[in-house]
Write a protein that binds this ligand. Structure first.
Ligand code: NAI
Length: 253
């Protein structure tokens, strides 16, 4: 990969699986030391192994993004271990079981919001404290096409992803003069465990082909490449955007 993040430190949540795992691999390929953050220890260990197998530097940091203390402790441990925090990909998220709005389970609604929205807020809060001290940093939040389009049957997911874009814009403007850029990616339909298991039995390739103008489902590494680019100096003029990475889905709907 051309992107040069040699010597930088990247923190990736949800790095045990799917988009987060590929993002962790892409940061490592660009030369960054990678903090693999997740609640899923087995998957995270596999991500660390994959990076180390390619000669990269990575460590697992247990982090439940829904828990303030866990987030604060994980980010402190990353800075203690690696000395800085240059890039952060706040990516951990859940879909929530699809259901009708008028009977949607309220505890599930709260849980999705806690992880997808409050989780991103908590990660940004503690990342920004470090980055402000350093006078530099780049943050990318994983939103979704569900931040742009309606997602019938997924009210909390839909709301959480719209709100992640609001958090992104708020921090982008608030911290631009501090040398910190904050962006979001809005992935389309990506072949990950979330899409394979979250919607019941579906043909992921066929659904992706239907939604994307390219006629192909997205691969998590195609999202990861954009995330890493947004964290490089090549994107120095880019802040506060919610960038569709969706193979034309949102312009054809
Ligand atoms: P995935 O299910 O493969 O990975 C999600 C990861 O988040 C898992 O490793 C899981 O353990 C972790 N996670 C869940 N709750 C957590 C918590 N409380 N604390 C820390 N980690 C936690 O899903 P995928 O597809 O890779 O999703 C990643 C992100 O991309 C999510 O935010 C999702 O909403 C978003 N996204 C995915 C799309 C897709 O088509 N797969 C499309 C648009 C957005």
């Amino acid at each position: 990969m051309a992107a040069d993040l040699a010597g930088k430190v990247a923190f990736v949540t949800g790095a045990a699986s799917g988009i987060g795992r590929q993002s962790a691999l892409a940061f490592a390929a660009a030369g960054a030391k990678v903090a693999v953050a997740d609640i899923a220890e087995e998957g995270a260990a596999e991500t660390v192994k994959l990076i180390q197998g390619k000669g990269g530097e990575a460590r697992f940091f247990r982090c439940d993004v829904a828990d303030t203390n866990s987030v604060q402790a994980a980010i402190k441990s990353v800075v203690d271990a690696y000395g800085s925090l240059d890039c952060a990909h706040n990516n951990a998220g859940i879909l929530g079981t699809p259901g009708d709005f008028d009977s949607y389970d309220e505890a599930l609604f709260d849980r999705v919001i806690r992880i997808n929205l409050t989780g991103v807020f908590l990660c940004m809060k503690y990342e920004l404290q470090v980055m402000k001290r350093q006078g530099r940093g780049a943050i990318v939040n994983t939103a979704s096409v569900a931040a742009i389009l309606a997602s019938p049957g997924l009210p909390s997911y839909n709301a959480s992803k719209h709100a992640v874009v609001g958090l992104t814009k708020s921090a982008a403007v608030g911290y631009a003069k501090a040398g910190i850029r904050v962006n979001a990616v809005c992935p389309g339909f990506i072949d990950t465990p979330m899409t394979r298991h979250g919607f019941g039995p579906i043909d992921v390739e066929a659904r992706g082909a239907e939604l994307h103008a390219t006629g192909k489902v997205g691969k998590p590494e195609e999202v990861a490449a954009v995330v890493v680019w947004l964290c490089t100096d090549a994107a120095s003029l880019v802040t506060g955007v919610a960038l569709p990475v969706d193979a034309g889905w949102t312009i054809t709907t």
